[in-house]
Design a binder for this molecule. Sequence first.
Ligand SMILES: Nc1ncnc2c1ncn2[C@@H]1O[C@H](COP(=O)(O)OP(=O)(O)OP(=O)(O)O)[C@@H](O)[C@H]1O
Ligand SMILES: C=C(C)CCOP(=O)(O)O
Length: 246
Amino acid sequence: MIVLKLGGSVITDKDRAETLDGEALDRAADAVSKALEGGVEDLVIVHGGGSFGHHHASEHGITTTAGTREAAAALDVHGAMKTLNNFVLSRLLERDVEAVPVHPFSAAHRDADGGLDLPTGQVETLLEEGFVPVLHGDMVAHAGEGATVISGDELVAELARKLEADRIGLCSTVSGVLDDEDAVIDRISAYEDVASVLGASDATDVTGGMAAKVRALLDLEAEASIFGLADLESFLDGANPGTTIE
Ligand SMILES: Nc1ncnc2c1ncn2[C@@H]1O[C@H](COP(=O)(O)OP(=O)(O)OP(=O)(O)O)[C@@H](O)[C@H]1O
Ligand SMILES: C=C(C)CCOP(=O)(O)O
């Protein structure tokens, strides 16, 4: 069981609103299709928001903790994410990957403390039936807040826990977590060891960039890898490129 996140920073141009990086998405879809042809069986894909979700969330002042009670605002974010999801699905379908959408806004919710409840029965059944479920960062009902943003990273962590993933990969725009000299850090086992070099995203991003990613992954039982697009094929082939979060 592999849970793979395609970072929004990879598959979109994060500096221009609602702009796809079609070439990067093609490369990612090629790697996924090759891995499935090569024998990978259970694969769940999650993609991030990039210049689709983050742009609208930021315009409306919505974050993972500050919500909205305006349906139009929630639908701006959710609609943009569905548009991006359709791009991802169509590039995978073109390569005969049996990819189908799972929209978290219709499935998950948070309690008043922010605790996430993400049902996974549909994901498990889709996997058993030979599909590749494709989830995405989205809006989510949030007790006491209206609706807030849920990041793809949080979905990855929850899916990995509930589906007992063997391998977890986050493909981002950087080749791993970088130290203060921009060298890739090989392994991270404690947040404090790297806190000084971890930051938010350079682009518009309401979910916390690399710092939030590392925090979410450190909580998991299984190891996770953060790597760049050039290493996606090798990750799907069984290697641990980039930074390993223990
Ligand atoms: N120490 C660090 N090493 C690497 N990147 C870092 C570091 N600190 C901050 N960053 C920022 O984190 C970004 C990656 O996080 P980001 O959330 O943008 O990625 P993503 O998950 O690919 O995209 P999205 O959130 O849109 O899905 C990098 O592009 C960089 O700007
Ligand atoms: C902004 C939205 C809706 C999605 C955020 O997901 P992420 O890019 O994985 O942080």
